[in-house]
Design a protein around this ligand. Sequence first.
Ligand code: FE
Ligand code: FE
Ligand code: ZN
Length: 278
Amino acid sequence: MLRIGCHLSIANGYMSIAKETISIGGNTFQFFSRNPRGTKIRDVDETDIKQFQDYAKEHEISIILAHAPYTLNAAAKDESLRKLAVETITEDLRRMEYLPGNLYNFHPGSHVKQGAEKGIAYIAEMLNQVLKPEQTTTVLLETMAGKGTEIGRNFEELKQIIDQVEQKDKIGVCMDTCHIWDGGYDIKEHLDEVLEEFDQIIGLERLKAVHLNDSMNGLGSHKDRHAKIGEGEIGEAALVAVINHPKLYQLPFYLETPNELEGYAKEIALLKAQYLRN
Ligand code: FE
Ligand code: FE
Ligand code: ZN
């Protein structure tokens, strides 16, 4: 069964997002752990969580993915910003344990001209502060488009972070198709080779989720502008090949395409209809 969903707002709680997911034909979802532009957070609503757990079981919703605020920068030059990243992610991971066994994704960060090596060391330092042996959440590093001084612009940079992490069993990777395309990985013409490269550098066993997006820009553009499935430079056929690939088809896929609910429902239906594996 295709595990697919999209990014939705959790402003009204888990039950609300779960019902929206079912209404558009999905069976998983991604949400911001808190206001993406700030660090404010809602109180934990245990009643909502309990209802959601029953509903998720009944409707076979699983592998939900929380996305950290993208304004966090664990690689920042300013110590107080690095500290904020540690505190925010620590608190988010504590909350994730109310729904054990799910995923938490974050943008590695930007080295802001300190150099990638220094940025990478800071990110690993943050992870070594927040990852706990007893946690059940897997924390994912997102592959980035390489805009500005973004870290995670290639597989090597993610590998360098992972190498410095102590709790290696808690760390994985989320592959964003728009980002890696923009980063120069040709998943349209050479998907097998790109995955081979990922396997050799990082190891495919670390790949836990896919952000399925088309891209408004060309291969290697380093822009990070998502397009609807089939309306960008990657194209529908290549993205359908991603969900059916023997090394990927069992992963959860999350759409982050510029859509309202109706558009997401259409994309989910289109992808389900072209999913050949079960
Ligand atoms: Fe992201
Ligand atoms: Fe993404
Ligand atoms: Zn993006």
